[in-house]
Design a protein around this ligand. Structure first.
Ligand SMILES: *Cc1c(COP(=O)(O)O)cnc(C)c1O
Length: 386
């Protein structure tokens, strides 16, 4: 049976008429760039996140860049983040002129830890960007405590965590700003590109609203050099439709993840993602760790099961960041996880027979005749801490 990694069509089928009507309304109003539909979605999304404001922009990458800009971060500054994330987190830092400083992650959760930040703070450090990887929230209180002690801004990269919460607080609402992507494959995805910054500060929200629209304070009066990063009306209207279903979709992802984990936790050659205690994860990605990851990926692909690797190369080892001269071995936990992680199909509309086919695939792979080279070893526990 073929199981796609994600199935955007399956979701579209469930909302097609509502989406068509919403797009029609935007056309009738010719509210294409910014405008009333964007303002409406911004209000709804801010309410959803529990923040004072949401500012719609062109992408998640743009959201991160705007948040950094709004806090005046640029040349000569350092921003601490993690290497096991999508490259956009680091790109946004670099594009402001600041330098990303990578810290290793917790061996179990693979998320940023306050301990590792403490050692990376220098007089140049201005901000921290924790990443809620795969829809699991970073333990924010210790991070906020370190940040307050050193007077650093905290910008949450919540691009994979729409609707995740920890002790009743939503992803994006805990730091000084939270950044979201509405790339189609995200938990809340537009039908094109989009992103948002959520903030409580009126001043910061106002600054980002100005910067995304050419630094205009009123039409053709420019108080700063900005950029064109407005959200499209059509995307906002689609997002307003989809936001109503987000919690239901996230609950389904959690349910699928529980089934995967319960059926795969006894399989020796793979490790299921650790559960978080006081948090509601939203499983943007459901990733196993496997010592023979590449063979498993090939095996599942040959059976028509769509898998992915998030991410094969940690950012500090990417060619684009060669100039930082960070050699392999500098951030061992992230590096080891990049060799072991494999993401299984995950989307709200995943059916029971599809989940069973994926589980059967993983189990069959693991019960193949043992190979002499020892590829059936338990995945190595990432235990190295800097
Ligand atoms: C998707 C993503 C981004 C970038 O979002 P775009 O909308 O694609 O620009 C940034 N950070 C993380 C962690 C992401 O997953």
């Amino acid at each position: 049976m073929n199981v796609p990694f994600v199935d955007l069509k399956a979701q579209y089928e469930t909302i097609r008429f509502e989406v068509a009507a919403a797009i029609q309304r935007v056309m009738e109003a010719t509210a294409f760039a910014g405008g009333a539909f964007v303002a409406q979605f911004e209000r709804e999304f801010a309410d959803f996140c529990g923040t004072g404001h949401a500012v719609g922009v062109g992408s998640g990458t743009a959201a991160l860049w705007h948040a950094l800009q709004a806090f005046d971060i640029g040349k000569g500054d350092e921003v601490i983040t993690v290497p096991n994330t999508f490259i956009a987190t680091a790109e946004a830092i670099s594009l402001t002129g600041a330098e990303p400083v990578f810290v290793d992650v917790d061996p179990k959760s693979l998320l940023m830890t306050a301990d590792n930040i403490e050692g990376a703070v220098t007089p140049k450090t201005k901000a921290i960007i924790p990443v809620h990887l795969f829809g699991r929230m970073v333990d924010m209180d210790p991070i906020m405590a370190v940040a307050r002690r050193h007077h650093l801004y905290v910008i949450e990269d919540a691009c994979q965590a729409h609707g995740a919460s920890s002790r009743g607080r939503r992803a994006g609402s805990i730091g000084d700003a939270g950044c979201f992507s509405f790339y189609p494959g995200k938990n809340l995805g537009a039908y094109g590109e989009g992103g948002a910054v959520v903030v409580n500060s009126n001043e910061v929200a106002g600054r980002i609203r100005m910067l995304r629209d050419h630094g205009q304070s009123e039409k053709y009066y420019h108080t700063a050099i900005g950029w064109n990063d407005r959200m499209d009306g059509i995307q906002a209207a689609v997002l307003s439709v989809k936001l109503k279903y987000l919690e239901r979709w996230n609950a389904l992802r959690r349910k699928h993840a529980r089934i995967y984990s319960s059926l795969l936790s006894t399989v020796e050659a793979v490790r299921v993602p650790p559960e978080g205690a006081e948090e509601e994860q939203v499983f943007h990605v459901y990733a196993l760790r496997a010592s023979s990851r590449d063979e498993l990926l090939q095996y599942l692909s040959s059976r028509g099961i769509g898998c992915a690797i998030h991410y094969p190369v940690p950012i500090h080892l990417q060619k684009a960041y060669e100039f930082l001269s960070l050699r392999a071995g500098t951030l061992p936990v992230a590096e080891q996880s990049a060799k072991e992680l494999i993401s299984l199909p995950m989307f709200a509309e995943l059916r029971g027979d599809q989940i069973r086919a994926v589980v059967r695939g993983v189990r069959d792979f693991c019960s193949r005749p043992k190979e002499r080279d020892g590829t059936m070893r338990l995945p190595s526990v990432a235990n190295a801490r800097p």
